[in-house]
Design a protein around this ligand. Sequence first.
Ligand SMILES: [Zn+2]
Length: 142
Amino acid sequence: MSIDMTKPLPETQPWTQAFWDGTREGKLLVQVCRQCQARIFAPRKRCPQCWSSDLGWIESAGRGTVYTFSTAYSGVEPKFTDELPYTIAYVDLAEGIRLMTRIVGCDPAELAIGMEVEVVFHDRDGFRLPYFRPAQNGNADE
Ligand SMILES: [Zn+2]
C-alpha cells in the first residue's frame, strides 16, 4: 500500500474565487458586506449578519496579531513531516476578521499570543497560500 504524499489544496467555490485570485496577485482580500459593512471570513455567498448578497472586497494591509496557536512537533500525516514543527494559528487581521493560517519563519518557542504578524505567500501547485510570519518592523521588504 502506498502512502498519499500529496498535500491538500484549497477547494475553490464561486464565492471564494476572488480571494484565491487575490492571493495569486500577492493581495490578501477581505470580503465586506456593502449593506451592513460587516467583514466576513471565510468568504460566503451571503452576509452572516444581514443575509445580503451584496458583497464586495477590500485589500488587507496583511498585518494582524496572533489570537492563539498550536504547534505540532510530531504525529502529523507523513505528507507533512518535512514541514515540522508545524504551527497553526488564528490571526486577527487589522481589518477585523480572524482567519486560521500557518505561522512560518519563526521558532515556535518565540511565538506568543498577541504577537504582531504579517502575511507571506507560499506557492503550492498553482495556489498562493496566505501564511504569516512575525512582523518585520520598518521596511517590509527583506
Ligand atoms: Zn451585511
